[in-house]
Design a protein around this ligand. Sequence first.
Ligand SMILES: Nc1nc2c(ncn2[C@@H]2O[C@H](COP(=O)(O)OP(=O)(O)O)[C@@H](O)[C@H]2O)c(=O)[nH]1
Ligand SMILES: [Mg+2]
Ligand SMILES: [Zn+2]
Length: 278
Amino acid sequence: MEGQIVKILSNLYFVNSNGKVYECHSRGKFRKDNIIPTVGDYVKFDEKNEYILDILPRKNTLTRPFVSNVDQAFIITSCKSPDFSTNLLDKLLVLLEFHQIRPIICLTKQDLLTKREKKEIKKIKKYYQKIGYIVLWNTNLWRIKRLFKEKTTVFTGQTGAGKSTLLNRLNKNLNLETGEISKALGRGKHTTRHVELIELFGGKVLDTPGFSSIDFDDLEKTDIRNGFIEFQKYSCPYQDCMHLKEKECKVLEAVNHHEILTSRYENYQKIISDENRK
Ligand SMILES: Nc1nc2c(ncn2[C@@H]2O[C@H](COP(=O)(O)OP(=O)(O)O)[C@@H](O)[C@H]2O)c(=O)[nH]1
Ligand SMILES: [Mg+2]
Ligand SMILES: [Zn+2]
């Protein structure tokens, strides 16, 4: 049978297959081959003896926490408190593009905005939609719910952006801690918790934030360039143009004509010139 590992407790692998969970052991073989089964792995298993037989090829693997085969990520982005950061958003988009994870941008705390601020955010929202991203308000619950089906999903975004709040709204049974008060109480339980994929609206979602802008280790300059997806439609005279100082660069032209959002280009420059980039 085939299934997906949804939780690991020491040597026990919880494999979900068609909604039923099997508590499987792993054979020594994987350790020898240096493959460690992780949450999210699709596996072949012997359902009678509850043994994992084989790990199927992975689409991707994230670290911190370890999870494989992530299909999509909600980037929870607050409009205010903490302030809206296009830099963090663009960083996360680049990372997700690199790992071939579909980004879903979800804006929160729009209720805290003045009319003028809201107008500004709406403009930015439109731009990201125009270049091909799904962008939603956290109040669009019915639209959000429909996105989970048959997908493995992670949540990411700044602390305090509203990840746990949204997850709780989606499923009241989750009962995740939210806000600063609970953080101050700091229940020790939280830090030792195991990573788990939970079933939600016909898909699976990781119960902790699974991704951060610190995880930039493997990316090269060209990966960063390719992560700015709207740059790809411009064909510059320079083959393999990095859109920085090249002559007659079409991307630079588009920036000057405000076809490309200024903040997008500025973030590109910042990210690519960041320390120690290969
Ligand atoms: N005004 C407002 N507050 C929100 C919204 N979403 C979350 N919050 C609050 O923001 C704080 C941080 O939310 P939390 O879900 O813990 O953020 P997390 O760190 O991303 O999990 C909490 O006090 C929430 O009640 C929202 O849409 N509007
Ligand atoms: Mg939280
Ligand atoms: Zn160029």
